[in-house]
Design a protein around this ligand. Structure first.
Ligand SMILES: CC(C)(COP(=O)(O)OP(=O)(O)OC[C@H]1O[C@@H](n2cnc3c(N)ncnc32)[C@H](O)[C@@H]1OP(=O)(O)O)[C@@H](O)C(=O)NCCC(=O)NCCS
Length: 189
């Protein structure tokens, strides 16, 4: 069974594996190929160990995973927005679900978990940046009621890429959405 729960320190290497696998697949052709090839789960494990450690000190930060008893199949991260020009208080900084688990309601459940977290921390609006050409993810955010707001250029993996913003002026609208349970998995691992 897959549950969505707060990430634990022992999840670092499993989150890293999902991070590397989803980036290589979802961002092929969108980000620099050499950069994607250079991504390794061992290097990312160090990054995630640090992030999991830091979130214990900064309670506005949160990491949730969708996990079976043994494996992580998706994750999401949120923080208080550090950009004074962004029109949202809480920023959803990463959201990734393994390909074979997509379309089952897991992305929606992860978005609900960060919305619940934001509300509990007194952050009432939320938003994120997504690659302009990541049409699949943009369709997902639009299906969840995100309002397109703003655009910017940023450097990701050594390449300057266009991003577009999506916002939820009331993040409660994400928290209120129901999540199908159990998840409708196409192919369980
Ligand atoms: C984007 C992503 C997180 C969505 O997760 P998911 O688990 O597949 O999404 P869900 O199954 O929870 O979908 C929730 C709803 O959005 C809808 N939806 C999902 N993708 C959609 C799309 N491209 N266009 C329109 N609607 C979409 C679903 O139909 C579903 O609606 P329903 O519950 O009424 O049937 C996932 O596809 C992913 O990891 N993609 C690759 C990585 C990526 O691009 N991440 C975002 C980086 S900014």
């Amino acid at each position: 069974m897959i549950v969505v729960r707060s990430a634990r320190n022992t999840d670092a290497s499993k989150i890293a594996s999902v991070h590397v696998e989803t980036w290589k697949e979802a961002y092929a052709g969108l980000l620099d190929g050499g950069f994607l090839d250079s991504m390794t789960a061992s290097r990312m494990t160090r990054h995630w160990r640090k992030a999991l450690d830091e979130k214990r000190r900064n309670l506005d930060d949160a990491i949730f995973v969708a996990a079976t008893e043994k494996d992580v199949v998706g994750f999401v991260t949120i923080s208080a927005c550090r950009d004074v020009f962004a029109p949202w208080e809480a920023e959803i900084t990463m959201l990734y679900v393994l390909d074979e688990y997509r379309g089952a309601g897991i992305g929606r459940a992860l978005m609900k978990s960060v919305a619940d977290h934001a509300l509990a921390r007194g952050m009432f609006s939320g938003g994120l940046w997504v690659l302009r050409d990541n049409l699949h993810a943009r369709g997902f955010y639009e299906a969840l009621g995100g309002d397109r707001c703003g655009r910017k250029m940023d450097t990701v993996g050594g390449r300057t890429v266009p991003l577009v913003g999506y916002s939820w002026s009331e993040i409660a609208s994400l928290a209120e959405r129901t999540v199908p349970q159990p998840f409708r998995i196409r192919k369980a691992g």
